[in-house]
Ligand binder design. Structure first.
Ligand code: NAD
Length: 366
């Protein structure tokens, strides 16, 4: 195999690595490669001031490796702020596996990935994300203790997605209360984009409360299944211009972007997806100017991390529910703060999270 080698002057001219893409003072990025199992993974460790970097592993068929790198950088940074604002003693990290989870995920590949996680000696602790389930984490557990989201039958706290959905539901109710003066969702038109592990349970809560629920997904079989089970309406038109009260992004990130933002008719945005704003400052500001209440993603989708953190701290289901329910109060507080300070809701949440990290950093220095 030929390897191109840059000479000294070409190297000087090459763009720097740090500062590119979504690098934001990340502490460490680890590229994992194994020819035998076909593993190509990237582990992003954004910040470990509050504790070990905990965050799920996503398996996705990225169109380029750059796209995967960008995703892991954005996701791991998001985890730092998620744990910080939720009051957990965890840092932010995330991993991505490049490939199709339906056809390329094997136990050998998961074990090899686990070995790479183990090599970081606990600085990064993994869990499930898109394309992963509890059984995959059980497989990783065979080679490393630095994994959460383990099956209940194996002593873990089980699938975090239902708890994530409960937290999103709490955050959505708070946002509705703030915007409409009542947190009752009965009769509200709500569109859930992405009805996977989290989206489906969210649909269940919303239907039970009497909301008029619309669902959208790229997986047609899933749409039929969830529609039949919960009586939700399948939505086939453009999601963004849908005439609904609440838009709940529960698929992948960056759905609020230059292309979609001016079409959005919903007046509340509250969903599970990480990094919903393609550009958090600019798009956050446009939403604020349009009077759309945006419940910060990293705040309201923290139920899952609360659930997996129980495996490390040993608290029980009751405490998991209590902490997740508190997302309602935190969301309301953030929305009020943002309004009184005339800043975006995203920024209001980010500032509180950053303050907690800064405080711990100065305590550590003293
Ligand atoms: P999942 O893989 O189970 O579900 C994702 C769903 O989105 C799938 O049904 C998929 O077909 C659909 N989808 C993908 N692209 C789409 C598109 N363009 N339009 C419509 N649908 C599309 O994942 P999940 O565990 O339910 O997670 C959903 C989101 O919530 C992800 O962004 C994830 O990072 C975030 N999140 C999940 C958890 C958790 O506990 N699972 C916790 C925090 C955040």
């Amino acid at each position: 195999m030929q390897v191109d080698v840059l000479n000294a002057s070409e190297l000087k001219k090459a763009a720097p690595v740090f500062g590119q893409l979504s690098f934001d003072n990340h502490e460490q990025v680890v590229f994992c490669n194994d020819k035998d199992t076909g593993l190509k993974a990237i582990i992003g460790i954004h910040n470990t001031v509050l504790g070990p970097a905990l965050g799920g592993t996503r398996m996705w068929n990225y169109s380029t490796e750059w796209e995967a790198l960008n995703d892991v950088l954005r996701l791991s940074r998001g985890m730092t702020f998620k744990s910080a604002i939720t009051g957990l003693n965890l840092g932010g990290g995330k991993a991505v596996l490049i490939g199709d989870a339906k056809t390329q995920k094997t136990p050998e590949l998961m074990r090899k990935f686990g070995e790479f996680v183990h090599s970081l000696s606990g600085k990064y602790i993994t869990a499930e994300d898109v394309g992963m389930d509890t059984e995959d984490m059980d497989t990783v557990r065979e080679v490393t203790p630095y994994v959460t989201g383990i099956s209940e039958s194996k002593g873990g706290a089980g699938n975090p997605s239902p708890i994530t959905a409960y937290g999103v539901y709490m955050g959505m109710k708070a946002a509705a209360g703030f915007k409409y003066g009542s947190d009752k969702l009965e009769g509200k038109k709500i569109l859930v984009q992405g009805i996977g592990h989290v989206g489906e349970t969210l649909v269940d809560y919303l239907v039970k409360e009497g909301a008029q629920v619309f669902i959208s997904d790229i997986n047609q079989a899933r749409l039929q299944e969830v529609s039949a089970q919960y009586g939700a309406n399948i939505f086939v038109d453009d999601v963004y211009s849908a005439d609904v009260d609440i838009y709940a992004p529960c698929a992948l990130g960056a759905t609020i972007n230059d292309d979609t933002i001016n079409r959005i008719k919903a007046t509340v945005i509250a969903g599970a997806a990480n990094n919903q704003l393609a550009d958090e400052l600019r798009h956050g500001k446009i939403l604020q100017d349009k009077g759309i209440v945006y419940a910060p993603d990293f705040l309201i989708n923290a139920g899952g991390i609360i659930n997996v953190y129980a495996e490390l701290e040993g608290y029980d289901k009751k405490e998991i529910i209590r902490k997740t329910e508190n997302i309602y109060n935190t969301t309301m507080e953030i929305l009020r703060t943002a309004s009184s300070k005339d800043i975006t809701t995203h920024l209001a949440a980010l500032k509180i999270a950053q303050q907690r990290i800064d405080d711990r950093k100065s305590q550590n220095l003293n």
